[in-house]
Design a protein around this ligand. Structure first.
Ligand code: NHF
Length: 425
């Protein structure tokens, strides 16, 4: 198949799981013999048009080039315009079979290109604005994002989410017909997440661990990632495990607040913020860890849990979203109720006190990855979704009524918490 993917992040520009997901997916599709082009934003030092890992990557500069700082909507419109125009130009020399847009930021370009080329649009919703705010839309910007997410799921012939929790959330929030949303989990390339050398691991321990156990958090520093709950747990963990160290790797808009909280809690040398690490450094850190904690308050999937499992780090995760489907039923690890500092500390203590058992769990977690989270199989399932979208589009064009059509009523806004009823277990 000829696949046109649209993503606001792609290496070398990677902010979070979305960029890593699109990169791995595109290369796995190309390895299967599909023709894949990714349209994304320009990155310093990266070529405007190149082929890497079998994938053609076209990077476009923002248009207009100067956007008022901090104006997210203006920025997204400019990116959408630039990507849309590059897609139209690409259409002169190459015709895709499907357009695949990732998240609301690519809604404008995705909709434009599907209409211009008469193709089905497939959309992956990696996370939602309402979900990030525990079901609320706190301000006009959130309402605008939510509306654009609704529009994307309306325009898409088929929608993909990375977990059953997200399938429920997206169907509920945007009132989608049953059967429109496919669940295709995230994957991991075990070859590139292989264990680093013993030397690298012991260097990481010497540099970052003290005399006590080493805890690791990796991820974007945003409120919904719950790092503040992990910091709150450190004083009691320190009493139980003298010398314990926590390394926080990542950056984000909540970073300053977290550093201030660590100071307020007088965590001192117990917590080190190391910023954004290279993949090599991340691997050494995870391999050196006695426990990787994923304390998210909202987590559509939780790629970092796969990465920790790949490197044999015992896992403690919040019982939320995709992590709920992943840890325990599929991979071994301990779960605690999201936001519950006492239970978080207890779960970490259980892991630290039972090192042999924890390492056994970690080995079991790693073993399950090759089976459940290999990119080649997940990429093939994504292509199946494209094929289904093509058939549905054809039926629609032929005038057959689609069961998956939505009413044009628009999104639900302004009626309080949109996710107030719990996902049925
Ligand atoms: O892994 C890629 C990522 C997920 O849970 C993650 C998230 C956004 O928050 O699908 O998208």
């Amino acid at each position: 198949m000829r696949v046109l993917q649209l993503s606001w992040e792609y290496p070398p520009l990677v902010y979070g799981g979305l960029g890593r997901h699109v990169h791995a997916l595109a290369e796995a599709q190309a390895a299967h013999g599909h023709e894949v082009t990714v349209l994304t934003q320009a990155a310093d030092g990266a070529p405007a048009d190149s082929t890497v890992g079998g994938v053609r990557i076209i990077r476009v500069p923002m248009d207009p080039p100067t956007i008022p700082p901090g104006d997210l909507l203006a920025w997204v419109l400019a990116l959408g315009h630039a990507v849309g125009r590059a897609g139209l130009r690409l259409g002169d020399e190459w015709s895709p079979d499907v357009v695949h847009a990732h998240d609301w930021l690519m809604c404008h370009a995705g909709t434009l290109l599907k209409e211009a080329f008469g193709l089905p649009l497939v959309a992956t919703v990696h996370a939602t604005e309402a979900g990030r705010h525990q079901g609320w839309l706190p301000n006009p910007l959130s309402e605008a994002i939510h509306t654009t997410e609704w529009w994307l799921t309306y325009e898409a012939r088929r929608v993909i989410t990375c977990s059953a929790a997200m399938q429920w959330e997206v169907t509920r929030l945007f009132d989608l017909p049953p059967g429109k949303v496919d669940v295709i989990s995230n994957g991991i390339d075990l070859a590139s997440w292989s264990a680093p050398s013993r030397r690298a691991v012991s260097a990481a321990r010497t540099q970052l661990a003290g005399d006590g156990p080493l805890l690791v958090f990796i991820g974007r520093l945003e409120w919904e990632k719950g790092v503040h709950t992990l910091l709150d747990a450190i004083p009691r963990l320190r009493r139980r495990h003298p010398g314990i160290r926590l390394v926080v790797a990542g950056e984000g808009t909540f970073g300053e607040e977290l550093r201030a909280r660590a100071r307020r809690l007088r965590l001192g040398a117990s917590v080190t913020f190391v910023g954004r690490l290279s993949d090599v450094a991340l691997r050494s850190l995870l391999a050196a860890a006695d426990c990787a904690v994923v304390p998210s308050l909202y987590e559509p999937f939780g790629l970092v849990a796969l990465e920790a499992a790949a490197l044999g780090a015992p896992l403690v995760v919040a019982d939320v979203g995709g992590l709920r489907d992943l840890v325990e039923p599929v991979m071994s690890g301990l779960r605690f109720p999201a936001g519950d500092v006492t239970r978080l500390a207890d779960a970490v203590s259980t892991v630290l006190r039972n090192d042999i058992q924890a390492r056994r769990m970690a080995r079991a977690a790693r073993a399950s990855l090759a089976h459940d989270h290999a990119w080649p199989a997940l990429a093939a399932r994504t292509v199946d979704t494209y094929a289904q979208a093509v058939v549905e589009e054809r039926n629609l064009v032929a005038g057959q009524e689609s069961a998956l059509r939505l009413s044009r009523s628009g999104p639900i806004i302004g009626s309080g918490n949109l996710l107030r009823d719990e996902q049925p277990r």
